[in-house]
Design a protein around this ligand. Sequence first.
Ligand SMILES: C[S@@+](CC[C@H](N)C(=O)[O-])C[C@H]1O[C@@H](n2cnc3c(N)ncnc32)[C@H](O)[C@@H]1O
Length: 217
Amino acid sequence: MRDTNESYRIHHADCLEINAVEPESLFDLIYLEPEASISSEELAVRVSSLLPHLTEEGFLLLHADVERAHAYKSILDVFGLPFKGDVIWCYRQRAVKTKALQNHRDTILVYSANPHYYPKRHLLAQPLVGPSSAERVGLSGQKPMELYKRLFRFFERYHRIATVLDPMMGSGSALVAALEQGRTVTGFDTSLEACRITENRLRLAIPASQQLVMELE
Ligand SMILES: C[S@@+](CC[C@H](N)C(=O)[O-])C[C@H]1O[C@@H](n2cnc3c(N)ncnc32)[C@H](O)[C@@H]1O
């Protein structure tokens, strides 16, 4: 399955196939959130096929939960792309009464050769997709669109983010968020269900992105 439109392209494929299906494409931002079960070797080989598709001053964001952030960092470091710190996403939903320390956060590792972006750590508080949220599509691991919108807006301060690649898109929230902001998006997923859900969401999001373009004109 390959679904194309001027604003988005979706591939029902392993992102390892990127050189075959998107040989010429370059992306200003690659956002990658692997499944917890991915091995170090599987991640390394995919990152190595994705990196040639990153623009010179673009950003690679690697999303990891608390347990995997350190392992992912050591895998990525061997590729030589400068490590530029991280964004800590804090997602606690409700006030917790216990006095125990809480661990409701993920780490988004930032890699970039962008000379204007210096290594730093940012905290970003954004609730999870609520159980009764209209945004929920029923796929586990779905992240909130607002998280992605804020991330893309933030990185755009340092480099124009016209094109976004999510090589393991799942629910497609990152792509829908980027499309609604007027960016061109490309996604991969090995799950047909994820591709169908994402394609449907992108199709519905198109009017919003066109409205944005019209407002700017
Ligand atoms: C953790 S989920 C992504 C969640 C997503 N960020 C969201 O907000 O919904 C990882 C996705 O990667 C897909 N996947 C796993 N291995 C893949 C591969 N080699 N190439 C492309 N997609 C893959 C899975 O089917 C799953 O949908």
